[in-house]
Design a protein around this ligand. Structure first.
Ligand SMILES: [Zn+2]
Length: 149
């Protein structure tokens, strides 16, 4: 979906007029109207505000150019409601909401994360043995940003 259609859809879904959305973002109604006709696009700072206002990732606003993956556990972030948020409500597109919450990471070590995830993985994929699930995670996790410190 193009950005202009996405912006229009979000605004209508929230039941806001162009005027009301503009006021929340401290912009003019004309600015909102120009996005929706595709004449202009919001800049990155405005995108951050829109993202926070609607709890929608910037990736989604841009038409989902990237497949987001949690950089801690490796889970694909296919829906915006899986994405973590900062304490002020800004989405943090690097992590899922289970790994990063209220500004803190849930797992202190890779081992702790693996121990927590293996039962979930074998529950979702009964064809996997615990050992297979564990070795899949051991192979994947070191490639993720969070563990490359
Ligand atoms: Zn995660």
């Amino acid at each position: 979906m193009e950005m202009k259609d996405k912006l229009l859809q979000l605004r209508e879904k929230a039941g806001l007029t162009q005027e009301e959305l503009a006021r929340r973002l401290h912009l003019t109604r004309q600015a909102v109207s120009r996005w929706e006709t595709g004449e202009t696009q919001p800049g990155i700072e405005t995108l951050k505000l829109i993202s926070k206002e609607f709890s929608v990732s910037i990736n989604t606003l841009l038409g989902s150019p990237k497949t987001l993956v949690c950089q801690c556990c490796g889970m694909p972030l296919t829906e915006d409601d899986l994405i973590s948020a900062e304490p002020d409500g800004t989405l943090n597109e690097d992590y899922c909401k289970w790994c990063y919450r209220e500004g803190a990471f849930a797992y202190q070590s890779m081992q702790q994360l693996i121990d927590a995830c293996v039962p979930i993985m074998t529950g979702q994929h009964p064809e996997l043995t615990e050992e297979q699930a564990r070795s899949m995670m051991e192979a994947q996790l070191p490639r993720l940003k969070h563990w490359q410190v």
